[in-house]
Write a protein that binds this ligand. Structure first.
Ligand code: ADP
Ligand code: MG
Length: 274
């Protein structure tokens, strides 16, 4: 036990939000999905996990979120900081955005964003203020009374993001959140997400299979190998901040995309293009 406490303090002192050591996951059907994986993510970092379909990206996020247990290895998520945030507990240190917005169709945008606060039994008055903040942060202040069926795909994803942010989590896990959106909407959400990250300085772990998206968004692109997913490359993307559309069309961006693509290529060798 003493040893555990020491390593936990060590992780925190090093400014780490998440630390994985020798993490593997084998599902009950015998599929070895992941690992062994060693990964450190610093507080406030924006990291993308990039890899081919089926390499274990979603599995990795689910393990970090505590939605599933690793088969072996150790996962540490830094304890919540001292700030008092009523309406949340340890379990809400993490916000999760799924590929599908998964909104409840029978309630309004406000009702959907309220859900995590309701589950945490947050006081009503405080909950309403938090919902308003979360909706404003994703540009949906005027849509609180709308129903999911009235919203575009991009707006539904914004609601999903607001729902993840409403408990003010330290870490935001995003699993291919923009994959189903058209390109213009995706670019817009990319920019809005970067603005949010700059403002809130949360740790973001963003899963994507798009090289272009990973380079555009993240400070670090962690390239995973084919299943069982391990780390094939860990590439730091350095450019002038804040990033905007001019980065997307710059020579530097193209060069990073080339480098990341090259790191990803071995994961696809021997696989059918279909
Ligand atoms: P990715 O998100 O990178 O596409 P996943 O983490 O979803 O990959 O899945 C990794 C591998 O584990 C895949 O081969 C997938 O079929 C398998 N897998 C995922 N979830 C389960 C499960 N609950 N039971 C059995 N196999 C699973
Ligand atoms: Mg997945």
């Amino acid at each position: 036990m003493a040893e555990e406490r020491v390593s936990e303090a060590g992780a925190d002192a090093a400014g780490l939000a998440v630390r994985l050591r020798g993490v593997t996951k084998t599902y009950d059907n015998g599929v070895m999905a992941l690992g062994p994986l060693d990964l450190d993510i610093r507080r406030g970092e924006f990291v993308s996990l990039l890899g081919p379909s089926g390499c274990g990206k979603s599995t990795a996020l689910r393990l970090i979120a505590g939605l599933a247990a690793p088969t072996s290895g150790e996962i540490r998520v830094s304890p919540v900081t001292q700030r008092t945030r009523p309406g949340r507990d340890q379990g809400q240190a993490i916000g999760f955005v799924f590929q599908e917005p998964t909104l409840m169709p029978w309630t309004s945008v406000r009702g959907n964003v309220r859900l995590p606060l309701k589950l945490a039994h947050a006081p009503a008055a405080e909950a309403e203020a938090r919902i308003a903040d979360a909706l404003a942060s994703v540009g949906l202040a005027d849509f609180a009374e709308s129903y999911p069926r009235e919203l575009s795909g991009g707006m539904k994803m914004r609601v999903s993001l607001a729902r993840a942010l409403v408990t003010d989590p330290d870490i935001l896990l995003m699993d291919e959140p923009f994959a189903a959106l058209d390109e213009i909407t995706r670019f817009r959400l990319n920019n809005d997400l970067l603005a949010l990250w700059r403002g809130l300085r949360k740790t973001i772990i963003f899963v994507t299979h798009s090289v272009f998206e990973s380079v555009y968004l993240s400070q670090r692109v962690v390239v995973m190998t084919a299943r069982p997913g391990r780390i094939g490359a860990d590439i730091r993307v350095e450019t002038d901040e804040p990033r905007g559309e001019e980065f997307r069309t710059s020579a530097r961006y193209v060069e990073y995309c080339r480098e990341v693509s090259a790191a990803l290529a071995p994961s696809y060798s021997g696989r059918s293009a279909l």
